[in-house]
Design a protein around this ligand. Structure first.
Ligand code: HEC
Length: 170
């Protein structure tokens, strides 16, 4: 039982990574403007006919994630997950790329909003005005990397730590 679930999860991550991998030209760190991914056109805009996007994000009120103390015990695990779960394929820090730059993201968003974005990116781009705006801007749907809630929380602690270090170095 457990191993089947683990296998299904691994397969999902793999599939997501393959999708992500084939997007490298559009989403990698190359920085070269190749005019997007001819080999892998962005998925058609989700069928939002009738599905209204909220005007205000229900997850984005309150202090920004970076305003709250970092839990140092989770940073290392979060950093490892950022690589092992494939986030690193699409997102960079302080780099001009075609997926959102995560430098300073914890100063822009609440922890709650980021947790929803990480756990349910496909729902967020349909229902949350911020994520929907990013989808329109980047013309790419973030893939669901199959993280568990506590894993998403660790990644958020890593993002807070990473953003904090970068801000301190400026
Ligand atoms: C296939 C590329 C891809 C992968 C893999 C990916 N993302 Fe994303 N991410 C995006 C895109 C594109 C957006 C903008 C929303 C959209 O269009 O879906 C985004 C948005 C975000 C945002 C919000 C950025 C902002 O400026 O508010 C965060 C935070 C984020 N991703 C974190 C992660 C984490 C953590 C992982 C790994 C678990 C991950 N992403 C994996 C492409 C990706």
């Amino acid at each position: 039982m457990g191993s089947i679930a683990a296998f299904a999860r691994a397969a999902r991550v793999l599939a997501a990574l393959m999708v992500a991998g084939s997007m490298v030209s559009g989403c990698g760190k190359g920085g070269g403007d190749t005019g997007g991914s001819a080999t892998n056109p962005p998925p058609p805009a989700p069928d939002t006919a009738g599905a209204a996007v909220a005007a205000v994000s229900p997850y984005d009120s309150g202090p920004r994630a970076a305003e709250q103390p970092i839990d140092p015990s989770k940073v290392k695990q979060g950093e490892a997950l950022f690589t092992s779960k494939g986030c690193i394929v699409c997102h960079g820090f302080g780099k001009r790329i075609t997926c959102p730059d995560l430098d300073g993201v914890t100063m822009r968003r609440t922890a709650e909003w980021m947790e929803h974005q990480i756990l349910h990116p496909e729902v967020m781009t349909k229902q949350d005005p911020i994520a929907h705006g990013l989808l329109v801007q980047y013309k790419l749907q973030m893939t669901n990397q199959g993280l568990k809630p506590d894993e998403a929380k660790s990644v958020i602690e890593f993002l807070k730590h990473k953003n904090h270090e970068a801000a301190a170095a400026k």
